[in-house]
Design a protein around this ligand. Sequence first.
Ligand code: SAH
Ligand code: SF4
Ligand code: F3S
Length: 447
Amino acid sequence: MTVIARPSTFRIKSFGCQMNVYDGERMADLLREQGITRAADGEEADLVVLNTCHIREKAAEKVYSDIGRLSKAGRKSGRTPLIAVAGCVAQAEGEEIMARAPAVSMVVGPQAYHRLPAMLDSALQGERSTDTDMPPIAKFDALPARRRSAPGAFLTVQEGCDKFCTYCVVPYTRGAEISRPYRDLVTEAQALVEAGAREITLLGQNVNAWSGTDDGGRPVGLDGLIRVIARLPDLKRIRYTTSHPADVTDGLIAAHGEIDKLMPFLHLPVQAGSDRILRAMNRSHTADGYLRLLERFREARPDIALSGDFIVGFPSETEADFAETLNLVDAVGYAQCFSFKYSPRPGTPAASMDGQVPAEVMDDRLQRLQSALNRHQRAFNRASVGKTCDVMVERRGKRPGQWLGKSPWLQSVHFDGDYAVGDFVEVELVEAGDNSLAGRVLRTVGR
Ligand code: SAH
Ligand code: SF4
Ligand code: F3S
């Protein structure tokens, strides 16, 4: 039996969505409890966790090339790290990874990572193990209390998805929709704020499907949870992502007009502008229904910044369908967006649909869509010039004395001066670029 020395340092590389970033932080908490510390920047780690994403082709391919690079570097230095593959590729292709990549000693799915310490013990005995069970709440119960936090923190409130959009792997990799209990979330939010969080982003694949019961046994939705968390005195900002049009409630819309700490930003993916394509995608909304929803958010909070996701080249998408996507983009005037080429995911219904769109057509449509989205983003940024707002100081910029942070509308703002991460400054937005704005600091508001 090969016995391997216990690792003293780790590195976690998270790909994909913010829920993976949250999971990465929680795995770090678990490893720290084992006495393993994060490797310093630029230093080789004894244990590397690749926290993977399966949403599109390239995401999965990256994992294999990372594994290859790690084992090659290890052979050269004579110190191969222990490698764990976590996240959605682990869930979808666990067996395949084990077969294809002998350098990997642990494969752990997104609902099983609380078992990482036990798997590590086995790995140290030279045993490779795979755990892709899906007992979601058990995971959260088994995680240690939050003791550290950056000023901007993530809090997963809901996981999984029952929507089964025909192109998407998430219902298979993350499992069925579950909401974490109300009390656990309030406790975790409190702990995060005590540990230094000033902005909390509530996370879920369908975050607005979250539901729970409060301490008095009354039903609460996401807006109710936001209201309660907003009462934490030291918490300055609340955000949430990602929402689904089918789960938008009157209460959530109203919350945007009523809760100052709830930031004026909404990420509400639509995917396409053609109702025929939306039906084929199994999205439950029409383009018009989606536009009407956005109007209601704008009535509640006129300055709300809108964001979305788009897929071009879904099977059978015609030029006329795509033109409807462009029309929708112009009708909304998004502040920012994500857009992707359709990627057939093994096992999803769309992967075997007729009318797969050729790569060149997808490239062309993506380019045209992105240039429209960029035009709107620029217009949104330009319209912000002259406004005054608070910015949370997040990190240093490229130039000495330069700092970066986010406006309430989630724009990157850079400004000069002498600050600390977590400070809040009041700035006047003085200049707009495509992806960021320059701010002139008027005063420091506090921490
Ligand atoms: N739950 C969220 C988003 C989850 S995935 C929602 O429903 O809106 C993030 C984004 O990836 C999706 O909104 C979609 O635009 C994109 N995406 C998902 N599957 C894809 C696929 N097979 N090909 C290309 N893009 C995809
Ligand atoms: Fe995927 Fe659709 Fe669920 Fe979003 S709502 S995670 S796109 S299946
Ligand atoms: Fe990717 Fe899984 Fe998130 S597939 S986008 S990491 S839920």
